[in-house]
Design a protein around this ligand. Sequence first.
Ligand code: SDX
Length: 437
Amino acid sequence: MSDQDHGKNATFTLTDNRDGKSYELPIMDASVGPSVVDVRKLYAETDCFTYDPGFTSTGSCESQITYIDGDAGVLLYRGVPIQELAEHSDFMEVCYLLLYGELPNGKQKAKFEHDITYHTMLHEQLAGFYRGFRRDAHPMAIMCGVVGALSAFYHDSTDITDPQHRVVASYRMIAKMPTIAAWAYKYSLGQPFIYPRNELSYAENFLHMMFATPCEDYSVSPVLSRAMDRILTLHADHEQNASTSTVRLAGSSGANPFACISAGIASLWGPAHGGANEAVLTMLGKIGHKDNINEYVKKAKDKEDPFRLMGFGHRVYKNMDPRAKVMRQSCHEVLDELGITDEPLLDLAMELERIALEDEYFVERKLFPNVDFYSGIIFKAMGIPTSMFTVLFAVARTVGWVAQWNEMIEDPSQKIGRPRQLYTGYTERPYVPIDQR
Ligand code: SDX
């Protein structure tokens, strides 16, 4: 971790009733991207807090995992551009890169894939957890419950101060999420759970557990498993987004990794975050036809109307989300592979993108399609139900969550996250007995 850059300071002057005294706050420089003003001593020196409820201008931590340049539409995993990883790498390599900081050599990759593969089974008693849910339970609700329950089964990897425990817990999470996710889908169908197969790759295994049945052999399309592998890579990590920040905050108290990941899943579920991919399909269904696009674009611009164009806009990207570009390309490849020449949803999405990107409201606010805009169309073409879209996002993001969680625990400056507030409630007042109210 970097030290403070000595000599570079920001001067902070309070011009309220504190006689205009100035304070020097150190500046820390990034290897690339914005520097930060270190305000850790601000309250002690000035009796003032900073105020940034959406963290629009606040760095919550120092990290070396993922870098985003929102203006340029750049996304780097440990310095490697997402486009190059999507084209040349695979998800297991990307997991290794995010966890360890370097792409693996052949031997390292083979061992990593073996270690992940041999953690893909779930404790057999966890299967009973599913039977406690209604068959129509949302699979994200099941994910929150089952992942949180893992800490009741794997006591041998919950001591977060033990590096070996952290490795085992990280591998268990990455390995078991596809099984947990696929079993949630099977449970909703009333079909038997399909066990992982050790001869299959990570993406093949997931699709096999999703769509195979005990009644016949099932072979996974190599194009679909390649597309799924690429989608997992695109969703693997994204700096300090809401769900990753949730995992870090939960982990800062010393909570066990399974409970922290369960908290991250809960945060990802929101339609403003990972739930947007499901919301995009619902929105396209509502729009229904190209002729209705202008009416919905008008609604999206109307401040009195809660409707927003789901899959558009991003807190950081003020340019096209580089993942959306790759996703759009994958969309065409998957539909071609499946022989789907006429997908009304894709036509509708592309026309909506064209119209929105020519509209002053979206151009002025730099609202571009994000990673969620096209992903749902691919998932639907693969036969994955809408309710499973955010589940797939959670499967992919688990490696990012555990990489960031490990980085936080290993950070010597790490403290429990405990934000303060701007209090504007009542000042002290006496209790009023009920017969006087
Ligand atoms: C993900 O953080 C990450 O990295 C997340 C993620 C990851 O990989 O982890 O990238 C994954 O969550 C992608 C985002 C998925 N969400 C959606 O697609 C939902 C629709 N998008 C919006 O809800 C919104 O754009 C957010 C939540 C994504 C970003 O919101 P911000 O940064 O708080 O921006 P804002 O709400 O302040 O919007 C700025 C302006 C506002 O208008 P004004 O008040 O300036 O007039 O743009 C408008 C907003 O009303 N606006 C939209 C809009 N998004 C923003 N107007 C219509 N439709 C939209 N989608």
